[in-house]
Unconditional design. Sequence first.
Lengths: 437, 818
Amino acid sequence: MATAIMMPRQGQSVESCVLVDWLVSRGDEVKEGQVLANIETDKAVFELESPAAGTIVDLFFEEGDDIPVLINIGAIGSQGEDVDDLRPDPTTLAAAQTETQTTEAPSSSALPAPSSGATAPPAAGGGGGISPRARNAAARGGVNVNTLAGTGPGGRIIERDVLNAAANMPHMNRAAAEAASQGMTAPAQGSGPGGMVLARDLKAPAEGAVGKPLSGIRKLIAGRMHQSLATTAQLTLHMSFNATAIMTCRAHVKEKGKSLGLPNITINDILAYNTVKTLVEFPEMNAHFLGNRIAQYPDVNMGIATDTERGLMVPVVHGANNLSLAEFSVKAKQILKDAQAASINPDLLSGGTFTITNMGMLGIEKFTPILNAPEVGILGVGCPHLQPVMRDGEVTHIQAITLSLTIDHQAVDGAPGARFLKELCMALETFELTTGG
Amino acid sequence: MPKHQIVDPTQERKPGKLEFPEVPLNAYDGTIADELKNLGKDALLGMLEDMLLIREFENMLNEIKTAGVYEGVEYDHKGPAHLSMGQEASSVGQAFHLTVDDHIFGSHRSHGEILAKGMSAIRKLDDKSLLAIMKEFMGGECLSIVESNIKTSSVKDLGRQFLVYGALAEIFGRKPGFNRGLGGSMHAFFTPFGIYPNNAIVGGSADIATGAALFKKINRKPGIVIGNIGDASMGCGPVWEAINFAAMSQFTTLWEDEMKGGLPIIMNFMNNFYGMGGQTSTETMAYDVLARMGAGVNSDAMHAERVDGYNPLAVADAIKRKRAIIEKGEGPVLLDTLTYRYSGHSPSDASSYRGKDEMDLWHNVDSIEWFSGELQEAGAIDNNGLETIKRDIVSVTASACRLAADDAISPRIQASFIEDVMFSNKQRDSYDESREPELLEVGANNPRIKLLKKRSRAGIVDGKPAPKNKVIQFRDAIFEAVLHRFKEDPTLVAYGEENRDWGGAFACYRGLTEALPYHRLFNSPISEAAIVGTAVGYALEGGRVLAELMYCDFMGRAGDEIFNQMSKWQSMSAGVLEMPLVLRVSVGSKYGAQHSQDWTALCNHIPGLKICFPATPYDAKGMLNTALRGSDPVIFFESQRLYDIGELFEPEVPEGYYEVPFGPPAKRRDGSDITIITIGATLYRALQATDILEQKHGLKADVWDCRSINPLDYEPLVESVKKTGRLLLASDACERGSVMQSIAQNLSQMAFDALDAPPVVVGSRNWITPCAEMEDSFFPQPEWILDAIHEQILPLPSHLVTSNQTTGEAVRRARMGV
């Protein structure tokens, strides 16, 4: 009896994984636990281990295929064994193959019967293809279909998905719309009458540019960022605070932390942790804007934006408000390390209620972070810099850090945003290690 | 089922024995001397000339087929040539006494019959009439080619050259041919000389010729009809059906007054003893002597005889005697005309199934050798005279061959011409305006008319569907359209099973028995092939006919007649013939696997048929009116689920005459979220689904009733799909290969860019129809339509499926073949 090699489900939110490469071929002998393949979710790369010892009888998919989870992708058994029963059904395959044209279809005559019934939930990224009507609507309305999630059968992008997206798009003329649908970027406001976006307003790649297809993660980031700007009203507020207190703490930890049994608490940890504590006081900032309602969350799930080799990732410390600073520090370090290694549990890459992003180590003083929609706030952290202050009638310099808070003005007005930022700055200026205990 | 004819058990149960009349074999005993006296020298020499002409004509084709050259004319004829060398005496003898009013129908091997009948007509027509016929035919095109290329000595000589060239050009598929080259060798004919269609289907002419005889009888036309079919066709069911139809008792027991009497037809078997390579009398058939079969048909044994077809005088004598019988009203007649073909079935046939010994025996008694020898002996002609005739004939065939083989003189027809002759598209109130229609009670005293007067013409009364027994129903709409045309067109006849007295199994014709004499409305035998085949013959003779098949499932029994005959003769005749034949076909339910099928797709696949399937009383009357005023063959589908419904869409079913054109589909609901197209009774279940879509999901459907299947005007459907982007098609036909699949495919193509999902077909399962109680697992249900929309087109929030309409299931079913 052959054993199926199944595409594992890498976390609750994952619908499908890309088969990056096979490390074995048909006919190879494998041991249980041997790494058979590398697979990639939109967030991380995993090793797929063999569920049994035996011969690789068949591999049902090719490298590069986007494969729904819990589908058999190969079979281990004895040489020449009939493994047709383990083949996945053809509809799933069809859906998987719309994205990757190069894949050969497995012999359909050997496919087992699917049994029934209900439609699969919509897959993100239009895994089910796009209808001609939706494609036309996208061309007319200047919607980049790569950013859409289909709601038709099998995740097909249908007309309503495009119309919904187009409702949030700037007003364009025909030429601009056509160009935009091909992936060129449209500004929110154009140079035409009444702010209409014209073709010349679109940013085209310069001549001589080298075309490079987008990776899965790049596509995802592009989609999220675009959607964020397209669907939210972003307002960024800047405020500096005297970083002396937290820098003192950091020095203290560096010097005596080990002996006190403390983990390596960083400036980042302190900043994030104080943000968590302040968010508890400002529930309207710890929220999602969902179009027709706002969801406020009792717990703070703090997303920490981080640059990885594969691009921007935002691992999340869930329930951060229930942690001590030390605990927070340990957790944050672990998820950041996992994210860098691309082995993070995908569930830890979602569910954030607020995000912090630090560009200080790159020398950036202040910037305008883009919301991780539908979150209503994101806090940007700049680099420490000397700032002159008047003290006792004289100009002196302090180490200051500028915080850049972007809020979704649809959900939060400027004043409460400012009050939140002020409260956070005060907390940071008066921070003592013991208070954060 | 006439009530005054009693089936009496005392009579039926009496002992006794059946006596059969004697069937004469080769009874002719005339001599050349007698016939020289009776018929005259010229007549007999004419017979000899015609036999020589046929022999040379067939010899020419044999040379062309086997050597590619005849008398120096090189030609490659790609099509068929079923030759009749050896059979000349049978066709010349038959044609001798026939007039232009006598019509012959033939087979795939009928070149000889065409020439014999053509020469007979040329000899009998006066010069003026002959010239007029040739000048009028297809604008004189054929004649002018002959006139400008060949020198002829007289009008009759011109007529012969015209006949030979017209037939050969037709065989070679040329535009100046008798049927523009669209008929070819096996279908050539020339109605002005009384030569009616020859048929490439073995026995195909039997029921068509019977229908032609029916036309002559009912419309009091002069002349008789001869169906020339082969001995092997005696093995074909439709031939038997035709013989029985032609000999039905009612012609003598029930038809009134001067209509009393048998059909004026000779069913003539050109018995050459072979059917392809099968030897009939000693191998493939049971009859021993073919003429025996007449004895099994009626008490006259159909006046059957075996006639020696190797003696033209014997055949001519037989035709003369049989015509007299027919003119007394004692037809039909069966003739077994023995003959022998020297060639194989076709030039590609090596005659491996018969020996040289046998062929030598027939060559030894060759009819031409014998007949010319006898005439020489009697001093009617000398050797020189014979040679002169032969040379003259070769010059006629060689001239014809030279012209017919020449692409410049005899071009092909433009292919687009075929499109123009697929339908005649005429509107004719009557096929004979010189006569008043024969009618009985068609006024207020007609029981049906009296009943309908009391009924509401509107189907919706006070905003609600009126009770069924108080409205004009679908079946009443059919009645009104039929009665109207009966009052307009004296040639119209209607028949089928239980059409008279009973009024049709579904009561559409109740009241017509009181309205019409027997010869305009009668009961046919349960012979679907003969019902349709005779109707084809009736129509191509120039009469309007309304035939009926009680269940769609019985179409299989009339397969050849519907698919090869009814559909093709207008175009194969190059527009010479019209086919005003409406075939009503009832689609059943509740009666299981062989009484519940919708075969619209089979008909739709066949070029040359107009097909409709009205779903409302308004359309039923309007479309039947259109069909019955047209000139084209129409398959008129009706659903037994709908016979009792009232009109729910139009304000009423008008009492007066109106037409609903073929082509445009009817919009039944207006919406912009999804297009739903239905055929037939499925409309009403689709409307239930439409209501649910609107009430539960806020979606409005654009619902179209595809009442006209062919022709079909796609424009409104394309516009609808462009509007909605979504398309579902439903009909009660089994899903695989249904009309809906064709329409879905066409709309995918025509509106591809507008589609938001693939068009989805909801049809019946590819199963047998189960018992009535289980039909909801077979025929499309409203829930299936919703499920298909949910799975394939637009997920419906909170919808719970009750059937499996997924792609995976479709793949599985297809793989299983179910």
